[in-house]
Design a protein around this ligand. Structure first.
Ligand SMILES: NC(=O)c1ccc[n+]([C@@H]2O[C@H](COP(=O)([O-])OP(=O)(O)OC[C@H]3O[C@@H](n4cnc5c(N)ncnc54)[C@H](OP(=O)(O)O)[C@@H]3O)[C@@H](O)[C@H]2O)c1
Length: 259
């Protein structure tokens, strides 16, 4: 494998968690990663990031809701001698509103980006993943129970969490380890899209996390081969509560806190 280029592939690299992950991988590995593939629609943001990184960088300014984008990445993997050491699926979006208020395009794109593109990227990268490599999928604490007012987003994140956990027993024998990252709210561009009006649940503002800290913990947990990464005691507590208390009751508390 010595003449293979060892790559880290990162979606959602133009902002937020994905960008921070790219910076952390760039800093953290000397010989384990030779080049970083960064993916996002905004080319100028990819160029800025590439300029700031020390490793070789390949830019993929593509829309992941377009099936051709997955083919572009697949063809690049086929064309070069690539060993994928890291796949970080951070691209995703949500809209904090009642399902009836969302457009058909939003509904289509959310499931396509959050679920289909993430799954297809795993599928096309797997043949190129080598022993002791990692897949990091960004789910959310929204994956832990249904969320009225954020229904489709929470459902897509439940899919990501379930897929990630189920893949581990299948892939561990090949030395591939999957971590589902389940952040609570963190200050990224996510909320520029997620919050249309002033409809963001007020109580959630008490739980805002620093995105740098979320990513550092996710990176550490992925290196430790942990199945789930949850940053902050309050979010861990929420995770346990969703296992112990009926969701109907927790939803009533959430509604009460928001009034
Ligand atoms: N921030 C939070 O509070 C929070 C909490 C829990 C989970 N998460 C999850 O964490 C992940 C990262 O979110 P973030 O907070 O870092 O949000 P962000 O700053 O908005 O980043 C989202 C990334 O996804 C990319 N993206 C969006 N649509 C795309 C498309 N059609 N094709 C390709 N790339 C696309 C964006 O790049 P372009 O716009 O350039 O395409 C951007 O790089 C998401 O999966 C999100 O659901 C976030």
């Amino acid at each position: 494998m010595s003449n293979f280029k060892k790559a880290a592939i990162i979606t959602g690299a133009t902002s937020g968690f994905g960008k921070i992950f790219a910076e952390l991988i760039d800093k953290s590995f000397d010989k384990a990663v030779d080049e970083i593939w960064i993916i996002g629609r905004r080319e100028e943001k990819l160029e800025q990031l590439a300029f700031s990184l020390s490793k070789n960088v390949r830019l993929f300014p593509v829309d992941l809701t377009d099936k051709n984008s997955i083919n572009t990445i697949k063809e690049s993997l086929e064309a070069d001698r690539i060993a994928v050491r890291f796949l970080v699926n951070a691209a995703g979006f949500g809209i904090n509103t009642d399902f009836e208020e969302t457009t058909e395009t939003e509904v289509h794109d959310m499931v396509t980006l959050n679920c289909t593109a993430l799954t297809m990227l795993i599928k096309v990268c797997l043949p190129y993943m080598t022993y002791n490599s990692r897949i990091v999928n960004f789910a959310s604490v929204a994956a832990f129970m249904p969320q009225p007012g954020f229904a489709q987003y929470a459902a897509t994140k439940s899919y990501v969490l379930s897929l990630s956990r189920a893949l581990n027993p299948e892939l561990n024998k090949n030395g591939i380890f999957v971590t589902a990252v389940c952040p609570g709210p963190a200050a990224t561009e996510f909320f520029d899209i997620a919050v249309k009006d002033d409809n963001y649940p007020k109580y959630k503002k008490f739980f805002w996390a620093d995105p740098e800290k979320v990513v550092k913990k996710a990176f550490k947990d992925a290196m430790k081969k942990k199945e789930i990464s949850i940053y902050s005691p309050s979010m861990k507590c929420f995770f346990i509560l969703t296992k112990l208390i009926p969701h109907k009751f927790l939803l009533k508390i959430a509604k009460y806190l928001n009034n």
